[in-house]
Design a protein around this ligand. Structure first.
Ligand SMILES: [Zn+2]
Length: 91
């Protein structure tokens, strides 16, 4: 099977392949929203970690609860328009 020219990022993508993206999470307990650079997660847990493994480890900075939702946001820095930003639901 051939790889598509623009591989789609999903939960099985390694952090190394989406370092410029941002993880946005909403806390399941206090509803706090926070954003985390994938690059920072990779520097703590390693670049070979899969996205879904990273999502499992995310905790709210305020109350320590697991996130209710997690989205990966691509192209925040590079996109010329808001429409070019891609949001991928991970949880
Ligand atoms: Zn919280």
């Amino acid at each position: 099977m051939l790889d598509p020219p623009n591989p789609v990022v999903d939960a099985a993508t390694r952090l190394a392949d989406c370092l410029d993206s941002v993880l946005r999470m909403t806390c399941s307990r206090c509803r706090r929203e926070s954003a985390l650079a994938v690059r920072d997660v990779a520097s703590v847990h390693g670049r070979d970690l899969k996205l879904w493994r990273a999502v499992e480890r995310l905790r709210c900075g305020d109350c320590g609860a697991k996130p209710a939702t997690v989205e990966l946001i691509e192209g925040m820095d590079t996109a010329r328009t808001v429409r070019a930003v891609k949001t991928i639901r991970l949880l």
